[in-house]
Design a protein around this ligand. Structure first.
Ligand code: CU
Length: 138
């Protein structure tokens, strides 16, 4: 009885060994879409798989999105044409389209070290302040 109990304890400990045990572990950024901002709970992550847990909490009850662009430009300094950031001018890493008011969607992408900008590219929304920057460290 006693050795069995011991084995169970070891398995339990192994199961508890989650993300901090491996450097390649999943990193989650809680991303909140607001009418005039995009809030990240962390503006810096390590290179590897990054999951954006995107929640639309905007008070304007509009559908929003999250587009991840690789650029060294400041998040408030992107070019705008007809109310939108010309995504084709950047390396687009991924996006979450059409997040309904109050809803959440997830996006997991692999990011190399560098600087990224996140925007909502619904017409006019970038200019309203829906952008944020993210730094990925080696
Ligand atoms: Cu938006």
């Amino acid at each position: 009885m006693k050795p069995l109990h011991h084995a169970a304890m070891l398995i339990g400990a192994a199961t508890l060994c989650g993300s901090p045990c491996y450097s390649s572990a999943q990193q989650v950024i809680n991303t909140t879409l607001l009418s005039n901002a995009i809030h990240l709970d962390s503006g810096e992550v390590k290179a590897g798989n990054v999951t954006f847990d995107v929640h639309n909490a905007a008070g304007n009850k509009l559908v929003h999105e999250l587009v991840v662009l690789k650029t060294t430009l400041a998040d408030n300094a992107l070019p705008v044409r007809n109310g939108q950031v010309p995504e084709q001018k950047f390396k687009k890493m991924g996006e979450v389209e059409d997040v309904s008011p109050g809803a959440s969607k997830r996006l997991t992408i692999k990011l190399a070290p560098g600087r990224y900008v996140l925007v909502c590219n619904k017409p006019g929304h970038y200019a309203m302040g829906m952008h944020s920057s993210l730094t990925v460290t080696p």
